[in-house]
Design a protein around this ligand. Structure first.
Ligand SMILES: Nc1ncnc2c1ncn2[C@@H]1O[C@H](COP(=O)(O)OP(=O)(O)OP(=O)(O)O)[C@@H](O)[C@H]1O
Ligand SMILES: [Mg+2]
Length: 242
């Protein structure tokens, strides 16, 4: 893939789920290749919506969204996107294993039921190892704790070896130690592979020291800059935004 400076580019984006009720107003921002950007803000501020616009899951009411230089989700060679949706629903009673779930993050043109090649199987095993679940790889997901299930879903987002990784509240239900190891992992992905990371959270203590930028979303972008310049209240770990 040619070197791209701009991986994500939003220009004057507004969005409403229902006519007349704008959730995001005039959002413009740009994320460069290899940047690690935290997206923070209160409940209902529009963080998930912003991510969905970036991923092409929603279309802007006005304005333009470009990802890897393309408008409207056209595919770009070598551009892979890993996505962890917020509170991803864990497969209820089905006896699906960690490895099977992570494999669905590695779909080939043959689709979900097509055979995975050896390189796919290796990437799946690497993703599982990365989140520290190798010894549980063949366990049914429902036998794992909530935090381990969340780690399995993070592995699924990593399985495609993404160039853009979008994580929506990845630390929900994950204990402090695993949050720290996720922080370390993301930093490695960034420095070793130049992965561009969008990390949505209310609570980014585990990554605050490694993110380049924080974007604060409350119906629009109310702050975009280094963590050190954030309005004070966002530094207070005891502050909740519920
Ligand atoms: N599918 C939908 N249909 C209609 N309204 C929606 C939908 N999804 C979100 N909204 C509304 O859009 C606004 C922004 O929601 P969004 O989920 O983007 O916020 P958020 O910042 O991710 O919040 P949280 O911190 O709770 O995850 C909220 O008022 C929400 O009620
Ligand atoms: Mg959200």
């Amino acid at each position: 893939m040619p070197e791209l400076t701009s991986v994500v580019e939003l220009e004057g984006v507004s969005f409403a789920y229902r006519a007349g009720v704008r959730v995001l107003e005039d959002v413009s921002f740009e994320v460069s290749a290899g940047e690690f950007v935290a997206i923070a803000g209160p409940n209902g501020g529009g963080k998930t919506t912003l991510l969905r616009l970036v991923l092409g899951l929603e279309r802007p009411t006005t304005g333009t969204v470009r990802v890897f230089g393309q408008v409207g989700g056209k595919s770009v060679d070598g551009a892979r996107i890993g996505y962890l949706p917020q509170r991803a629903r864990v497969v209820g009673e089905a006896p699906v294993t960690v490895r099977e779930v992570v494999s669905t993050g590695r779909l080939t043109s043959a689709g979900i039921w097509g055979p995975l090649r050896r390189s796919d199987r290796e990437a799946v095993a690497r993703a599982i190892e990365t989140v520290g679940l190798s010894d549980r790889a063949d366990s049914p997901l429902r036998t794992l704790s909530g935090g381990m299930q969340q780690r399995a879903l993070i592995a699924k987002a990593l399985a495609s070896e993404p160039t853009l990784l979008a994580l929506d509240e990845p630390t929900t239900g994950v204990d402090a130690e695993s949050q720290d190891s996720l922080g370390v992992l993301l930093e490695e992905l960034r420095t070793q592979f130049g992965v561009t990371i969008l990390y949505v959270s209310h609570e980014f203590g585990a990554v605050e020291h490694v993110v380049d930028r924080i974007v604060l979303v409350r119906g629009g972008i109310v702050y975009d800059g280094p963590p050190s310049g954030l309005p004070g209240v966002w530094h207070d770990p005891s502050h909740t935004h519920a």
